[in-house]
Design a protein around this ligand. Structure first.
Ligand SMILES: [Zn+2]
Length: 193
């Protein structure tokens, strides 16, 4: 099932998500819905707060970057209760998009390498090291469960230049090819009831 994606401006994207246990209701269906939602929106990562759930879970499918890095091919993983325990290497600038910011791409500086502990869909624990594009995607998704967004990485000048477009986004005044929840829309629905 394809889930609607929460846009910038919704409070859940600014909140730190909480850990879950293996008996979290509907976990396997949620993971499969999140993969389907991400792929149908041509995304390479999707975090639970982006589908309106404040839990520490995100999915990654790096396959679209296979030309750039062969390790990205078929890299499809779910990360549950993850903790980035180490960030190392150089600072790398790279242009990122985000399904919660349709139409906006901004250069974000991140460390080239990370170490991460997490549980998989069967709640088996892992401790792994990543670099390159996979480390990039994981750090972006990890930000989401910490309540951080690409705009939080930008200079005040970049943020000022984006101000009008961000405002339009919170009002739902953007063209998007996938279903979204805009803060403005939700208010309208509430007053209609
Ligand atoms: Zn994002």
């Amino acid at each position: 099932m394809i889930l609607p994606i929460v846009s910038y401006g919704n409070a859940i994207l600014k909140s730190r998500a909480r850990d879950i246990t293996a008996d979290y209701p509907g976990l396997q269906a949620l993971i499969s819905d999140m993969f389907e939602t991400m792929q149908s929106a041509s995304g390479v990562g999707l975090a639970a707060p982006q589908v309106n759930l404040g839990i520490r879970l995100f999915v990654v499918d790096a396959t679209p970057f296979a030309d750039e890095d062969p390790r990205a091919k078929n890299f499809q993983k779910v990360f549950i209760n993850p903790r980035i325990t180490e960030r190392s290497g150089e600072d790398v600038l790279y242009e990122e998009g985000c399904l919660s910011f349709p139409g906006i791409r901004e250069e974000v500086s991140r460390k080239s390498s990370i170490r991460i502990t997490y549980q998989d869909a069967q709640f088996q624990s892992h401790d792994e090291v990543y670099d390159g594009i996979i480390a990039r995607i994981i750090q972006h998704e990890y930000d989401h469960i910490e309540g951080l967004l690409i705009v939080d990485h930008l200079s005040s000048l970049r943020k000022m230049l984006l101000k009008r477009r961000l405002k339009e986004l919170t009002l739902g005044q953007v063209k998007v090819a996938y279903r979204m929840i805009f803060p403005g829309q939700r208010r309208q629905a509430a007053t209609a009831n």
